[in-house]
Design a protein around this ligand. Structure first.
Ligand SMILES: NC(=O)c1ccc[n+]([C@@H]2O[C@H](COP(=O)([O-])OP(=O)(O)OC[C@H]3O[C@@H](n4cnc5c(N)ncnc54)[C@H](OP(=O)(O)O)[C@@H]3O)[C@@H](O)[C@H]2O)c1
Length: 273
């Protein structure tokens, strides 16, 4: 009876994980959400009865410790898969480049966005992993997956070797997810001897609230997709959360201890789209 716990499961890809995993009644599926009530309502609307929702804000060490305590009775055989999905995006600054933060006001906005991103995307992942590690060690699969992004690969941002333009956007998000990838490599180094497999997994470009640009940002979004197409000519636009989850699940199922600490895409390689 495999078990899965998704941190940040209220919507988007996290909620799709709940939908996808609950299709198999043999799975134990637990979702963590900052505000459980609307998620429970959505699950009821979708006719999903075999998912447990626990409150959990990943930026709080105490909240994650409490969430782990609440999960213990639901996981008598431990936790097989911990998937840390929740993230801070900072959509307002997404299409700015580094030099756009030159004024005092903008540098303060940069500071605030970067700290919020650090708290959620990096420290929040550490709090999540440390809180649930005893349950993971008690489980069979012992897999810890942090959802990252292809933006954390510097080769997506820098100009191409032939001089074609790069992508200056999403500096904070890219940098904090790159830090997350390093954190995952460090956990791999420490936990390999205990049979724990860690992975930083990029889900591809997925149609969630984060890919709904304002009319002002539409031009930048199209420019970004144009650069994506330079590397991936068949790219047609964002995929659905469920299709992404299906791809991610195949990668997670195929992991062995030799993969621990890697940064992979939903294709199981370095193809981010
Ligand atoms: N969509 C894409 O194209 C794409 C591409 C690459 C990587 N990703 C990664 O995929 C993951 C999911 O993205 P998404 O597009 O599904 O995002 P989304 O629709 O914006 O959902 C973000 C999720 O994170 C949760 N969250 C945020 N802060 C949290 C906190 N402090 N504690 C607990 N949960 C928190 C949100 O919960 P609330 O409802 O409480 O806010 C929500 O469930 C993220 O790690 C993201 O970086 C997405």
């Amino acid at each position: 009876m495999p078990s899965y716990l998704i941190v940040g499961a209220s919507r988007g890809i996290g909620y799709a994980w709940l939908q996808y995993l609950s299709q198999d009644p043999a799975n134990t599926v637990i979702g963590l959400a900052r505000t459980p009530a609307p998620v429970e309502e959505q699950l009821a609307k979708d006719g999903i009865k075999n998912v447990h929702i626990i409150p959990g804000d990943m930026t709080s060490h105490a909240a994650m410790a409490k969430a782990a305590e609440l999960a213990i009775p639901l996981l008598p055989s431990g936790l097989d898969h911990l998937i840390v999905n929740g993230a801070h995006f900072g959509n307002a600054a997404f299409f700015l480049g580094p030099t756009d933060f030159s004024s005092a006001a903008q540098s303060q906005a940069l500071h605030d966005d970067m700290h919020q991103s650090l708290d959620t995307n990096v420290l929040g992942t550490v709090y999540s992993i440390n809180a649930f590690l005893p349950l993971v060690l008690k489980g069979t699969a012992k897999k810890i997956v942090a959802i990252t992004t292809g933006w954390a690969d510097p080769d997506i941002s820098r100009p191409a070797d032939d001089g074609a333009e790069g992508l200056p956007f999403a500096m904070v998000y890219s940098a904090m997810k790159a830090a997350l990838n390093m954190v995952i490599a460090k956990y791999a180094a420490e936990l390999q001897s205990q049979g724990v497999i860690t992975l930083a997994l990029s889900p591809g470009v997925v149609n969630t609230s984060n890919n709904q640009p304002t009319p002002e940002d539409m031009g930048q979004m199209m420019k970004m997709f144009g650069v994506f197409r330079r590397y991936y000519p068949s790219f047609e636009g964002p995929t659905t959360p469920l299709a992404s989850v299906e791809d991610q699940k195949k990668v997670i199922d195929g992991l062995t201890i030799a993969d621990t600490g890697k940064f992979l895409s939903h294709h199981g390689n370095k193809e981010w789209l």
